[in-house]
Design a protein. Structure first.
Length: 171
């Protein structure tokens, strides 16, 4: 036969306290995400406003990368990408392209030589209505390069692919 449990009965206060902690945690989480607990935190509006020059945004221009030149052209696919994807942009043929070279400045009148950051955006369209935006190539290269550095570090390799030397034994 089973014997009755010898555990003392739970107090109602302990259960209510546990429920109150869970409810309070939910309220605090809601207040934080609503911005009530951190009114000075970074928001999308603050980011966009920070891109404008101190004199205010240049009317009629973008807030950043304001100086640029657009171009049109043709993306000519050799068809080799069709083995990897069914997307029409990879099939053999020509597709219209629209792009923009720009300088990373909010000043549309900045001299070219004073701006170090350059960018290029590209959009390729296909006859069936697909639009392929290819954003700033420089950003992509930085992200890929950063990821490559992490992989090399995890593998214990130098930038040229050789094994990293143990600096403790090099001295």
């Amino acid at each position: 036969m089973s014997q009755p449990s010898s555990l003392p009965p739970r107090s109602a206060f302990g259960s209510l306290a546990a429920i109150a902690v869970v409810v309070l945690a939910g309220v605090v989480a809601l207040a934080y995400t609503a911005g009530w607990l951190s009114p000075n935190r970074l928001t999308p509006t603050k980011i966009v406003d920070a891109l404008a020059p101190a004199t205010g945004p240049a009317l009629g221009h973008r807030r950043n990368h304001a100086k640029g030149i657009c171009f049109t052209g043709v993306f000519e696919s050799n068809g080799n990408g069709a083995q990897l994807s069914r997307a029409q942009v990879f099939s053999r043929g020509q597709h219209p392209a629209l792009g923009r070279f720009n300088l990373g400045t909010p000043d549309p009148n900045a001299p070219d030589a004073t701006v170090r950051v350059r960018g290029m955006g590209l959009q390729i369209s296909t006859p069936d209505g697909e639009v392929w935006p290819v954003f700033n190539f420089a950003d992509s290269a930085i992200c890929i390069g950063g990821a490559l550095l992490v992989v090399l570090a995890l593998l214990g390799r130098e930038l040229d692919g050789t094994r990293a030397r143990d600096h403790r034994h090099a001295q």
